[in-house]
Design a protein around this ligand. Structure first.
Ligand code: NOJ
Ligand code: MG
Ligand code: CA
Length: 611
């Protein structure tokens, strides 16, 4: 196995240098592994993003270069090799733009400049250039739904400057006669995602403005063509600098019901009737007027047209748009646009592993969730799999520690794009952050000392564990913006790189394996083998087949491999969970296999002649 990995790392380097050299490395890999000659079958050429490993960098927590305890761009530059070493091909950076950091960058005050704690424009240009030299694509995280109230847009709008007057969603108050007094009330019962009314009174403008998230994040008015133009200007500015695309934030909230469509007033949302929610809590209403409105998709399709036209005008590789939308499956699929996914964003993030599965899920739930996406997605579009992000508990904490390798294997072996949140490659768990140390606006607004753990996103944002030095090698400062998780001496990159067996080594093996045509172009079949174990087999005519068997249960499980169609034993173990007793390289000849709780094996079998 070690040999294969080394050849792969060599292969990664030559890939940057050219296809011819990569071909030699590939041929070398084949001969070392004593495989049959490659098929002559011509496979369609995939665009760079269609089968990439996409890695989310949470900028503030990745690497601090200047000792202020906050991650920054020079820190990312210093660690660019980590992406190459991991087999990552594209990174997206959580917002790096100037921001008062109420929502840690998702409240942008200047979309055209770099946040001062993260560095400056030259640092960004260096980062981009150096990443490109290494063959890495770089995506930025654009927040089109809302801007910081400290932005010039909002300040000018609040001051009623004509050019900016309708940049945001402003509303007159509703006056209610209470007998001896008349009180001012918001125009509707809309509730913010971070708690409280979605309307905030402006003393300056003497109107309410809408904020679907924090009070400090004012929603743009997308019926104003000037706002549309400005978002395009912002994208163009960064594309001109050379970025390869964007993650688009919070798209379901782009458009809300407009008074002109409702007899001049903002319509109330229907009540959910769930008694545990008071009128200022998320869940009190059903968001039919503030989320998933059909009008938003036309806006998104215009953005796709813009990036496609940009490529036609300027040449170069495809610039991509990936959309963030927590929505039901039908509304999510609309972000793809049409049957070949060329109308909408290149894909909407698939959050099934976050929203639909947990440590309580069995094999049936996994298979069902995976097939749901593959079944609903437009036939010509590209799938993707998200296992973690900065808004949700880390993978190891949402599921179980013993499932880390199986989950990474699933991510890297399923068809389409694999999305990794920083730290998942080493199986980082959530850190503990006390109420006193809690800085997440959602937790501070919605929670208190007793309840904040239900809401807080800080534990998934604690700094990356580089090594077991002070502050986990993240910073030279012992005071970091969020505390370092206690387990950093146990779980860190340096130690996992040293060790013969580690989550990181498994991850590397799998990103290497991903370059096999079977994984980029092969068919898939997935099904349960028992209540707790399922398989995923990838097959391509004339090429080796690869099979993942994964026991997601908490008990030992004996399964029968002969139930996997077209799996012809013997099989060779390519990699296995770190605690597995099955050695890499071992040949499996018998169909009865006993898997420990959480155990996953990746098996290689001879080429199939017929798929
Ligand atoms: C989604 C982002 O991922 C999250 O961190 C942020 O708080 C909201 N959108 C609002 O921008
Ligand atoms: Mg710093
Ligand atoms: Ca909005």
């Amino acid at each position: 196995m070690k040999l294969t990995r080394e050849v792969c790392i060599g292969g990664t380097v030559v890939l940057v240098c050219g296809i011819v050299a990569a071909g030699i490395a590939w041929a070398l890999l084949r001969s070392l592994d004593d495989l049959p000659p490659p098929s002559r079958q011509t496979l369609p050429v995939l665009d760079w993003w269609e089968h990439c490993v996409l890695y989310q960098v949470y900028t503030r927590s990745f690497k601090d270069s200047d000792g202020d305890g906050i991650g920054d761009l020079k820190g990312i530059i210093d660690e660019l090799d980590h992406f190459v070493d991991s087999g990552v091909e594209a990174i997206w950076l959580s917002p790096i733009f100037e921001s008062p950091m109420v929502d840690f960058g998702y409240d942008i005050s200047n979309y055209y400049d770099i946040h001062h704690e993260y560095g400056n424009m030259k640092d960004f240009e260096d980062l981009l250039r150096k990443a490109h030299v290494l063959g890495l694509k770089v995506l930025l995280d654009i927040v089109p739904n809302h801007a910081s109230i400290e932005s010039e847009y909002f300040q000018n709008s609040e001051a009623d400057e004509p050019e900016y007057r309708d940049y945001f969603v402003w509303a007159e108050p509703v006056w209610t006669d209470m007998g001896n007094e008349t009180i001012r009330q918001p125009p509707s019962n809309w509730v913010s995602l971070f708690g409280g009314s979605a309307w905030e009174w402006s003393e300056v403008r003497q109107k309410y403005y809408l904020h679907q998230f924090a009070v400090e994040q004012a929603d743009f008015n997308f019926r104003n063509p000037a706002v549309m133009d400005e978002i395009i200007n912002i994208m163009k500015y960064w594309l001109d600098k050379g970025v390869d695309g964007f993650r688009l934030d919070a798209l379901p909230y782009l458009v809300e019901a407009y008074p002109e469509d409702f007899n001049g007033s903002y319509p109330d949302e229907p009540l959910s009737g769930i008694s545990k929610f008071s009128s200022n809590q998320l869940g009190y209403t059903i968001p039919i007027h503030t989320k998933d409105l059909l009008e938003l998709y036309d806006i998104v399709y215009e953005w796709r047209k813009f990036v496609d036209d940009y490529k036609i005008k300027n040449g170069g590789d495809t610039r991509v748009l990936f959309s963030e939308a927590y929505a039901n499956i039908s509304m999510t699929m609309l972000y793809y646009g049409d049957e070949d996914g060329s109308l909408g964003t290149h894909f909407p993030f698939n959050f099934g592993f976050i929203t639909d599965l947990s440590d309580k899920s069995d094999a049936r739930d996994f298979v069902y969730t995976i097939l749901k996406w593959l079944t609903y997605k437009p036939s010509g579009s590209v799938a993707n799999w998200v296992f973690g992000n900065h808004d949700n508990k880390r993978m190891a904490s949402r599921f179980r520690d013993d499932m880390v390798d199986g989950l990474n294997a699933l991510n890297l072996m399923l068809p389409g794009v694999a999305v990794t949140y920083q730290g998942e490659e080493i199986g980082m768990r959530d850190g503990y952050v006390s109420w006193q140390d809690t800085v997440d606006v959602e937790a501070r607004n919605r929670g208190n000392n007793d309840t904040y753990l239900q809401y807080t996103r800080d534990p998934a944002r604690t700094p990356f564990h580089w090594n077991d030095d002070m502050s986990a090698g993240f910073s030279t400062n012992e005071n970091t913006w969020l505390p370092i998780a206690d387990d950093y001496t146990e779980i860190n990159l340096a130690q996992q790189r040293e060790s013969d067996t580690s989550h990181y080594k498994v991850y590397q093996t799998l990103t290497c394996l991903r370059k096999e045509p079977t994984l980029s172009h092969g068919l898939y079949d997935i099904n349960t083998l028992s209540r707790e174990t399922f398989y995923l087999i990838r097959r391509l005519k004339g090429h080796d087949s690869y099979t993942l068997v994964f026991n997601v249960g908490e008990e030992e499980d004996e399964v029968d491999l002969s139930r996997i169609p077209q799996l012809e034993l013997p099989a060779r173990v390519v990699t296995a969970s770190v605690f597995s007793e099955v050695m890499e390289g071992k040949s499996i000849n018998q169909s009865n296999l006993t898997l420990r709780p959480g155990e996953a094996l990746v098996l290689k079998t001879s080429p199939v002649t017929d798929c």
